[in-house]
Design a protein around this ligand. Structure first.
Ligand SMILES: C[S@@+](CC[C@H](N)C(=O)[O-])C[C@H]1O[C@@H](n2cnc3c(N)ncnc32)[C@H](O)[C@@H]1O
Length: 263
């Protein structure tokens, strides 16, 4: 039963991301709006500050290159892995000729990557991918066990499982979310970008449980001899202005990032 479900999650991820394809980031403006962009750049500045120019980065579930391309453009050697051939193809087309020797792209399942690949990395990135996995804790453990002392793990843009703090702020949170989604649907229809919501059955599997609790990730990381350097929780929204309002005024949260280093 478990094996069947696991296979189903993999199959659904292949199917949905084949459809997402080159419109993935257009369909997900919550990853690219000005508010999220400032979080990405600030996070990368902090991480890259301590990394030598010949550092090697592994981006697991790299998609169309949301973080992969930014690391590549900062001069690092980047290996990307994704289950979806179509997503990798979009990323391959975005790598410029003079960056190709530092960009290594693979199609495959994260769970199997460390069994087949013996390379050492200085930073391993999981961006918006753990919630797509059937057993993210097991994948994280496998990754941790393969990494050398000093290697960092960056977990980025995962849906935060949370209890509701107060019904008052929750009501505003829901209200802002409703407005954000209405405008998003309008914009997507104006741009003729089909929404794939009805296609997401099992592919973002952990959302069925309300997202991921960062304390569960912290526990795995600490057990595997990692120290937590930073945990950031914030509210992602389709539009930057709504993300700004949610974070600065309502102070609500639905997303988290974690940075940890192997001791
Ligand atoms: C929400 S997208 C995020 C893509 C990119 N990391 C980003 O932040 O934009 C999730 C990606 O994870 C990939 N994925 C899902 N399950 C995977 C698995 N088991 N192994 C490798 N990649 C997987 C999907 O194909 C998809 O490209």
């Amino acid at each position: 039963m478990t094996t069947l479900l696991k296979e189903k999650v993999l199959e659904e991820n292949r199917r949905v991301h084949a459809l997402e394809n080159q419109l993935y980031l257009s369909r997900h403006p919550e990853q690219t709006n000005f508010f999220q962009n400032s979080i990405v750049e600030k996070t990368l500045d902090q991480i890259c500050r301590d990394m030598g120019s010949n550092s090697k980065i592994l981006d697991l579930g790299c998609g169309t290159g949301y973080l992969f391309l930014r690391f590549l453009r900062r001069g690092f050697d980047v290996t990307g892995l994704d289950l979806s051939n179509e997503m990798i193809q979009v990323l391959r087309n975005s790598v410029s000729e003079n960056e190709k020797d530092r960009a290594h792209l693979n199609v495959g399942d994260v769970e199997e990557f460390f069994e087949k690949n013996q390379e050492e990395f200085d930073l391993v990135v999981f961006s918006a991918v753990l919630h797509h996995l059937f057993d993210y804790e097991m994948v994280l453990k496998k990754a941790c066990r393969r990494l050398k002392t000093g290697t960092k793990i960056m977990i980025f843009f995962e849906p935060l499982k949370q209890s509701v703090a107060s019904s008052f702020s929750y009501a505003f949170h829901r209200g802002l979310s409703w407005i954000d989604e209405k405008f998003y649907r309008f914009e997507m229809s104006m741009r003729d970008i089909p929404l794939l919501e009805d296609e997401y059955h099992h592919s973002d599997y952990q959302r069925q449980f309300g997202g991921i609790d960062p304390r569960d990730i912290e526990k795995v990381l600490r057990e595997e001899n990692f120290s937590i350097l930073n945990i950031e929780k914030y509210c992602a929204r389709r539009f930057g202005i709504n993300a700004w309002l949610a974070n600065r005024i309502l102070k609500t949260q639905n997303t988290f990032n974690i940075l940890a280093v192997r001791g």
